[in-house]
Ligand binder design. Structure first.
Ligand code: NAD
Ligand code: MG
Length: 393
């Protein structure tokens, strides 16, 4: 029987690559649900090609367009954010691939888990915000959380067959982004266009900025802690500009296992969908002779303060990673809107972390309130910085 997939965020970078995998393996996978934020045209085209049973367009202004365009097909069409949490519960969904960007992924992911659906998780922000809650819920409902993020997929693959062997340490690799080796003075001059050019990966805008600021790696440290039940001290970040070694696990005997390959998100996406099997693919193969030098270096956390902020927030725990995430979402949006500079993003995040009161063990309602408070606080800071930024510009 085919595995029936719901893709949250099917029109994005991960969503479209997931559909490419499904297209290649049409005998194994079928699409039950597709959802988009506001890209109605692409959602309609995807629905026509993959014939899902239901689609959601969360931007309600586009609902009528989607509904009218699909009316001759047997596809249920829904509008609005709340519909995401409904469609994931559908009886015939086997796995929910979460490719939404940001905090909005939290509620539908929880809803999927409660309905007993396995989750192929790309939306790392959900684990950053409420990792403990999500992992506890997954345990309670006996569902799998299958990592899609390439580093976490690498670790997951290295752990196959090692269930009785404790992890001593993991190394998350980072490309270092387009500004590796640069100093603060340089960073304070860079433009959004430069920041949106990633050397090795083509991704959505938010994660591309997060990769340039190293916040992405910080979010991944937190994601790894929860996925693999680790202490923060067991997680190290190493910069590896070629993005060939996707991450490593070190065991108690000192042995290191790495997962390697050319950077292509379709591989971790496919593995999350086919796990525990591997499927044949025509993805480009790695050629050692093209890469005579794989190099590794220490991340510069003084210059790229976001990574240090992420480590500090998960060390403190409680609501800190939720605040970090909210402030980062606001800061990235402000940077993309030319309201603040690249370096100010870290300033906004750092100040927001200081301003919101600490809570040790937040509930879901706490997280919703903290996210809101973090956003309000970060937006106020953006407004203040914006004036200075515009004068300097
Ligand atoms: P993207 O911006 O390309 O796509 C996001 C998708 O979510 C789109 O379909 C969009 O319509 C939808 N969406 C956005 N905001 C929404 C909202 N408020 N409500 C409902 N839907 C909304 O993002 P992406 O690069 O595909 O990243 C998705 C997630 O996967 C992120 O959490 C990212 O960190 C993670 N991730 C991405 C990559 C990558 O290569 N792109 C790699 C690893 C992890
Ligand atoms: Mg990653």
């Amino acid at each position: 029987m085919k595995k029936r997939i719901a893709i949250l965020g099917s029109t994005g970078s991960i969503g479209t690559q997931t559909l490419a995998v499904v297209r290649e393996h049409a005998a194994l996978f079928e699409i039950e649900v597709l959802t988009a934020g506001s890209n109605a045209e692409l959602l309609i085209a995807q629905a026509k090609e993959f014939s899902p049973k239901a689609v959601v367009i969360t931007d309600e202004r586009k609902y009528e367009l989607v509904k009218a365009s699909l009316k001759s097909l047997e596809i249920a069409v829904y509008g609005g954010q709340e519909a995401l949490s409904e469609v994931v519960q559908r009886e015939h969904v086997d796995v929910v691939l979460t490719a939404l960007v940001g905090f909005v992924g939290l509620k539908p992911t929880m809803s999927a888990i409660k309905a007993g659906k396995d989750v192929a998780l790309a939306n790392k922000e959900t684990l950053v915000v409420a990792g403990e809650l999500i992992m506890d819920l997954a345990k309670k409902h006996d569902v799998k959380i299958l990592p899609v993020d390439s580093e976490h997929s690498a670790i997951f693959q290295c752990l196959v067959g090692e269930s009785n062997n404790p992890i001593e340490k993991i190394y998350l690799t980072a490309s270092g982004g387009p500004f590796r080796g640069k100093d603060i003075a340089y960073l304070s001059t860079i433009t959004k266009k430069e920041a949106l050019k990633h050397p090795n990966w083509i991704m959505g805008q938010k994660i591309t900025i997060d990769s340039a600021s190293l916040m992405n790696k910080g979010l991944e440290v937190i994601e790894a802690k929860w996925l693999f039940n680790l202490q923060v001290e067991q997680i190290d970040v190493v910069v590896h500009p070629q993005s060939i070694v996707h991450s490593l696990v070190q065991f108690e005997d000192g042995s290191l296992k790495a997962q390697m390959g050319l950077p292509d998100m379709k591989l971790p996406i496919q593995y999350a969908l086919s796990y525990p099997e591997r499927l044949p693919s025509n993805f480009e193969r790695f050629d050692f002779l093209q890469y005579p030098n794989l190099s590794f270096e220490r991340p510069d956390m003084d210059t790229f303060a976001n990574l240090a902020l992420a480590f500090a927030s998960i060390k403190k725990g409680g609501n800190m990673p939720c605040i970090l995430n909210a402030a980062n979402e606001v800061a990235v949006a402000a940077f993309l809107n030319d309201q603040i500079g690249f370096v100010e993003m870290s300033v906004v995040i750092g100040e927001t972390l200081e301003k919101i009161p600490f809570i040790d063990s937040p509930t879901l309602d706490d997280y919703l309130a903290i996210d809101e408070a973090g956003r309000v606080c970060a937006k106020e800071l953006v407004t203040k910085k914006k004036k200075i930024y515009q004068i300097e510009k």
